[in-house]
Design a protein around this ligand. Structure first.
Ligand code: FAD
Ligand code: DHB
Length: 394
């Protein structure tokens, strides 16, 4: 017999979406339980995004989980676009009325949120198995799972599907309800984490004949770098020396030197744009990567996940305070307006900065003209800047 549990909002997934939602609900006096199929250590060490929009930083700070981010995060007020061997700075501060971004690893955000949840008596169950969601068109949906050889049935008022792109919530919605919009890119990113002081104070996005390259960072001692590669690239064919050589070639600029160091971690990420509509079925709400994926160029995935759960927490707050369902009913529509604008931006940055297999010399010239335009027109630079630092929250 399964052990019965009861909570107001059952949350599947302890990534940024699930953890921020659980925390926001607690601040409103709404109870939630989070289940996660990985171990706490795995989730807290998983290297992913690193760029936080101003709105994400402000929200984490207001939630009371921003102290370490404020201390250790690196605030940047611009990025460099590099092409034809020359750098061009996009000055966010000047173009957006003082806004910037903060470099702080996603796994550090996850650590801070997990610590805060557990310290305030919140419950996160790690290493659960056989997760399934049921009855979400009734007023009493259920989550089934197994932990330490014991089956559980969690009954709740609502389920938040925060279980990422490969989770089980989205596929549990019956056929015919969701419409999928998708584009898969014919390239991937080979990314490394290196013990080397970043060779630039700000991020450098490079368009080169041999393909895209990005210089980013995590701390003043750790660089994060990427090169465009085949989507199914075999990482075994990339010894460290070859990776550094490729980065040096693509990032080359007069008088500039790439700092190298031991490579701590490397991997290949595929690139896709993906959206399902609507982001809700009955009492199951999808948030973050479970509902949409952006290609990484522009660093929007984590920020979009946080923007979703902010809207969702507000809707739950209104429901529990007044019994009204208007905000729950408009959740999907409100989120999708932002989702599509961020999809557009991520697609545009990706299209501008990568070499596409099969492109012709016209396409190449057009991409260079686009970069020239973006870096020389105030209107175009401003458009990039306002999207990069984050569009206003609804
Ligand atoms: P996730 O972080 O994926 O969290 C979902 C959680 O649900 C996970 O902890 C998962 O273990 C758990 N889960 C899954 N299935 C189940 C289940 N059945 N039961 C219980 N729990 C489950 N974005 C950027 O902006 N820049 C980057 O450089 C970048 N790099 C990335 C690299 C990789 C390899 C990946 C996969 C993503 C990357 N992203 C990047 C995107 C960004 O990390 C995501 O957008 C962000 O993690 C979304 O948060 P989320 O909480 O929605 O999903
Ligand atoms: C990083 C990732 C991105 O996708 C991006 O556009 C900028 C930085 C990063 O991992 O640091």
């Amino acid at each position: 017999m399964p052990i019965s549990q009861r909570t107001q909002v059952g949350i599947v997934g302890a990534g940024p979406a699930g953890l921020v939602l659980s925390h926001l609900l607690q601040l409103e006096g709404i109870e939630s339980l989070v289940i996660e199929n990985r171990s706490r250590q795995y989730v807290e060490e998983r290297v992913r995004a690193g760029v936080l929009e101003q709105g994400t930083v402000d929200l984490l700070t207001e939630m009371g989980v921003g102290q370490r981010m404020q201390r250790e995060g690196l605030v940047h007020y611009g990025i460099e676009l590099r092409f034809n061997g020359k750098g061009h700075r996009i000055d966010f501060k000047e173009l957006t009325g003082g806004k910037g971004i903060t470099i702080y690893s996603q796994h550090e955000v996850v650590k801070d949120l997990t610590n805060a949840r557990l310290a305030s008596g919140g419950q996160i169950f790690f290493e659960v198995e056989n997760v399934s969601v049921h009855d979400f068109t009734s007023s009493n949906p259920k989550i089934h799972y197994r932990k330490d050889s014991q089956d559980y049935e969690m009954s709740c008022d609502f389920i938040a599907g925060c279980d990422g792109f490969h989770g089980i919530c989205r596929p549990s919605i019956p056929e015919g309800i969701l419409t999928t919009y998708e584009r898969v890119y014919p390239f991937g990113w080979l990314g490394i984490l290196a013990e080397a002081p970043p060779s630039s104070d700000e991020l450098i996005y490079t368009y080169h004949e041999r393909g895209f390259a990005l210089l980013s960072m995590r701390t003043p001692h750790i660089s994060r770098l990427y090169v465009q590669c085949d989507p199914d690239e075999d990482i075994a064919l990339w010894p460290d020396e070859k990776i550094w050589q490729e980065l040096e070639t693509r990032l080359a600029s007069d008088g500039w030197k790439l700092t190298k160091g031991p490579i701590l971690q490397k991997g290949v990420t595929g690139m896709r744009s993906f959206v399902v509509e609507p982001m809700r079925y009955g009492r199951l709400f999808l948030a973050g990567d479970s509902a949409h994926i952006v290609p990484p160029t522009g660093a929007k995935g984590l920020n979009l996940a946080v923007a979703d759960v902010r809207v969702l927490a507000r809707a739950f707050k209104a429901f529990y305070a007044t019994g009204r369902t208007e905000l729950l009913n408009t959740y999907s529509e409100v989120c999708l307006r932002r989702v599509w604008k961020v999809q557009r931006f991520s697609w545009w940055m990706t299209s501008m900065l990568h070499r596409f297999p099969g492109e012709n010399p016209f396409d190449h010239r057009r991409q260079l003209a686009e970069l020239d335009y973006v870096t020389s027109s105030r209107a175009a630079s401003q458009s990039l800047a306002e999207n990069y630092v984050g569009l206003p929250m609804d």
